[in-house]
Unconditional design. Structure first.
Length: 257
């Protein structure tokens, strides 16, 4: 029987007696964007760090197809269940994965979590979708990076994501941009998420595009909570990685999970 398609991944195996954490990078990112997390959490957990842009996915992609590829990747490495750590747009991938494959998910942790696209973010997506064939994709990506991360203290995280996005290539960029409209109009499937799966959102207080909707969402769900890092932008996992790691580590060792 032919091997099922899966994503490339970095594996950090500590031993068979500790939990697994699956790292799902954001749009345009890579395993490198989790560098400060893998250095820290590999001392305590087994890690599977996905590389979703490394091997180009054949044909069009949709949210369910991405989740199935993640599922196949877990099975390839014999991972029965794991904590999922997503970032930005990949938080929606992780949430969808938990709806489709709840038995694979111990808990969800969302850095710079997205649960809704407001008018401003929908306008940005409109520009990306409609101008991707007219403007060099890196010009678009840099523009979005400045909109999402406008402050001086956001410069380092902005630079890291722009540099990683250069490795995507135009065709891969277009595929993933076309994936976003599947989520921006309707996220009613979030109501299908099992309440037994606990969710932690970690956001910077300067995350001006997504934080308000995250706070509204967590107030409606008893299985969710949010931690906010002061003086920090959207990419809190890079900008203030020490605080981010401490929050996540504390959560994983709490009775909440």
């Amino acid at each position: 029987m032919a091997e099922e398609k899966r994503f490339s991944a970095e594996v950090h195996h500590k031993n068979d007696y500790v939990d697994w954490i699956v790292f799902v990078h954001g749009f345009g990112g890579s395993a490198r964007t989790w560098k400060k997390q893998t250095e820290f959490f590999s001392k305590h957990y087994n890690l599977l760090v996905l590389e979703m842009h490394k091997d180009k996915v054949n044909g069009d992609i949709d949210l369910n197809k991405v989740c199935k590829l993640i599922y196949n990747t877990l099975n390839f490495y014999n991972i029965e269940k794991a904590h999922f750590l997503g970032f930005s747009f990949s938080s929606l991938i992780c949430l969808r994965f938990a709806v489709l494959f709840p038995k694979k998910v111990t808990s969800l942790i969302m850095g710079g979590g997205i649960v809704k696209f407001n008018l401003r973010t929908k306008f940005l997506l409109f520009l990306a979708i409609n101008f991707k064939q007219m403007i060099n994709y890196m010009i678009l990506y840099r523009f979005f990076a400045y909109i999402i991360l406008p402050r001086k203290n956001h410069r380092r995280s902005r630079s890291i994501f722009v540099n990683e996005a250069k490795k995507m290539g135009y065709n891969e960029f277009c595929k993933w941009v076309d994936l976003i409209p599947q989520t921006k109009n309707s996220l009613t499937w979030l109501d299908e998420l099992n309440d037994d799966i606990k969710i932690l959102f970690v956001s910077g207080n300067e995350d001006h595009l997504f934080l308000k909707d995250t706070l509204r969402h967590t107030k409606k769900r008893s299985n969710s909570r949010v931690e906010i890092i002061d003086n920090c932008g959207h990419v809190c996992s890079i900008e203030q990685y020490d605080k981010f790691n401490d929050i996540v580590f504390g959560y994983l060792n709490s009775t909440f999970v």
